[in-house]
Design a protein around this ligand. Structure first.
Ligand code: S3P
Length: 164
């Protein structure tokens, strides 16, 4: 299997929290595509969407995947929730792991600050529609699907059982 583990899933599905812990377990580094983009642009995701547009952001995501492909050998990577849908190259970046969490749980976990960081979560009904469309795509394209509607320790146990 690839030495890059790519966590995918909807906004708020726990990719960053799980990814950080998993990377530690595997004695490697955790990378977050949103954080890489924010660092490269010198502004938050919200400001990028506000100052430019979604197409501009998706182009940055494409560039990020190309860079990760050429420059990173081993890592746990959290991919922004739209990447698998918008960015064809992502599928080949590494072992794709879908952290599947019901929309209801995601909503209950979202704080005001978390919502503010995510421009595509402003309209809850629209976000639920996007969730339903993406869930099928995530399921289809992921190498591994983890039921992540549980505690972080159980998610890590489930990931370890997969021998990634
Ligand atoms: C997005 C998810 C966000 C971020 C951007 C767009 C999406 O990342 O990339 O706001 O299209 O689902 P997270 O999934 O890490 O919140």
């Amino acid at each position: 299997m690839s030495t890059k583990i790519v966590l995918i899933g909807f906004m708020g599905s726990g990719k960053s929290s799980v990814g950080r812990r998993l990377a530690k377990q595997k004695s490697t580094f955790f990378l977050d595509t949103d954080a890489l983009i924010e660092s490269a642009e010198g502004k938050s995701i919200s400001d990028i969407f506000h100052d430019e547009d979604e197409a501009y952001f998706r182009n940055l995501e494409d560039k990020t995947v190309s860079w990760l492909k050429s420059n990173v050998n081993k890592a746990v990577i959290s991919a922004g929730g739209g990447m698998l849908v918008h960015c064809k190259e992502l599928k080949d970046l590494g072992t794709i792991v879908y952290l599947k969490v019901p929309f209801k749980t995601i909503l209950s976990r979202m704080t005001v600050q978390e919502l503010e960081k995510r421009p595509l979560f402003k309209d809850i009904a629209e976000a639920e529609k996007t969730y339903n469309e993406r869930d099928a795509i995530y399921e289809k394209l992921a190498d591994v699907v983890i039921d992540a509607n549980t505690t972080i320790n159980t998610i890590l146990d489930r990931l370890n059982q997969e021998k990634l």
